[in-house]
Design a protein around this ligand. Structure first.
Ligand code: PLP
Length: 395
């Protein structure tokens, strides 16, 4: 079956964060929203149908996750990522961001040092700071159009830190960390007994030419210290169903985490999230292959468009995720001016680079999981605004 990703779906008035909060977030209800990480593609029909089928049963009483739910996760991780997981290792969380916070609270103490590697998904910062832990930055190193982990600095920081929050693959710079990089990372963590949260929510969004590596699979020697987070939500556009998995193979670490979450009584989660996750993982491979090809073509489209029509904007070519990290530093605009220029002149709603911490200066993040016609519109708005800014010269 061929899926149609060119189809435009009206999302306004669906209580969509991306569309219906534009006035609150950007001050304009008419910016083209290319920010928060959900897709403008329809959630595949087989998932919608499974949710509708369940919704048609007239009672939505208390539910549990059946064996088949766990099997869908186990089979998916084995098949797609060569990672053998046992049922007992899999715990439910109503989202990865809540799980990051639970893990910080359950496994570290107030005042503990927790390392993050900016520019990175900003809820990592609040998971540390709002829980009264100390945020330690191991900023990624930019080498040309690529980002690398600063292993030397990490080695020093690991001497006193308790935990590292790893973004694997890395949002927003789009790195799909290699086995070699993760092995080097693992050695440092093992040497210094560092706990690692490996946020692998983008694991299934690795682009053609790259392969996702599960940190716990690459470096099993450290498995007593790794908490892996996975979800079908980014991959299949199910974020509103708030369902994800926390996977901990070590029984002592798992018990420590469980003893915290059992007090919160969140285990049941949402019936429809469970149905959608299971269906996605059981039936989603073909759709995923096609959506990744489409996203990849969108990235090529952005690359060609910028090279041709807006060469001062440089692009960091993503290896994973459907976000592109765009470098506007050639315009030498202060970050607040860059942001307001893109909102007010280009009428574009993007994520500001500085929100992702040190290293984000001069950057913006654009979400390209949308029909090509929308992407084209967004890029044309950007080009036209910058052309006006420089009066038609040197853009
Ligand atoms: C690295 C990363 N982790 C977590 C999330 C969000 O997770 P959830 O919606 O399950 O809380 C995102 C969303 O963009 C993300 O990029």
């Amino acid at each position: 079956m061929e899926y149609n990703f060119d189809k435009l779906i009206e999302r306004a008035n669906t209580a969509s964060v991306k569309y219906d909060l534009r006035k609150q977030i950007f001050g304009h209800p008419d910016v083209l929203p290319m920010w928060v990480a959900d897709m403008d593609f329809e959630t595949p029909e087989f998932i919608r149908q499974a949710v509708i089928d369940r919704a048609q049963h007239p009672i939505y009483g208390y539910t549990f996750r059946p064996e088949s739910y766990y099997e869908s996760i186990i089979n998916w991780l084995q098949k797609r990522h060569n990672w053998k997981v046992e049922k007992d290792w899999i715990l439910f969380s109503p989202g990865v961001v809540p799980a990051l916070n639970f893990a910080v609270l359950a496994l570290t103490n107030p005042g503990d040092e927790i390392i993050v590697q900016p520019p990175v998904y900003f809820p990592f910062f609040s998971a540390v700071q709002e829980n009264n832990r100390q945020l330690i930055y191991n900023q990624l190193i930019r080498e040309g159009d690529q980002y690398q982990i600063n292993f030397e600095q990490l080695e020093k920081q690991a001497q006193t830190a308790r935990m590292l929050i790893l973004c694997n693959p890395h949002n927003p710079v789009g790195r799909s960390w290699t086995r070699q990089e993760l092995t080097e990372l693992g050695k440092i963590c093992l040497k210094h007994n560092l706990l690692v949260i490996s946020d692998e929510i983008h694991a299934d969004l690795v682009l053609p030419g790259h392969k996702h590596q599960v940190f716990a699979e690459v470096f099993p020697e450290l498995s007593a210290n790794i908490i892996t987070m996975h979800a079908a939500s980014k991959t299949f556009n199910l974020a509103g169903l708030a369902s994800s998995s926390v996977i901990i193979s070590d029984s002592a670490l798992r018990e420590q985490y469980k003893s915290f979450i059992s007090r919160l009584h969140i285990e049941m989660g949402n019936l429809f999230g469970m149905v959608a996750t299971q269906t996605a993982l059981e039936k989603g491979e073909q759709w995923l292959g096609q959506v990744l090809d489409y996203i990849f073509d969108n990235i090529v489209y952005v690359t060609d468009f910028l090279a041709d029509q807006l060469p001062k904007v440089k692009l960091i070519k993503p290896e994973a995720t459907y976000m592109i990290w765009l470098d506007f530093s050639a315009f030498q605009l202060p970050d607040d001016e860059l942001k307001s220029f893109l909102i007010n002149e280009a009428k574009l709603g993007l994520n500001s680079g500085i929100d992702f911490g040190p290293g984000g200066e001069g950057f913006m993040r654009i979400n390209v999981a949308c029909p090509r016609s929308l992407l084209q519109q967004g890029l044309e708005r950007m080009r036209d605004a910058f052309t006006q800014l420089s009066h038609g010269n040197d853009v």
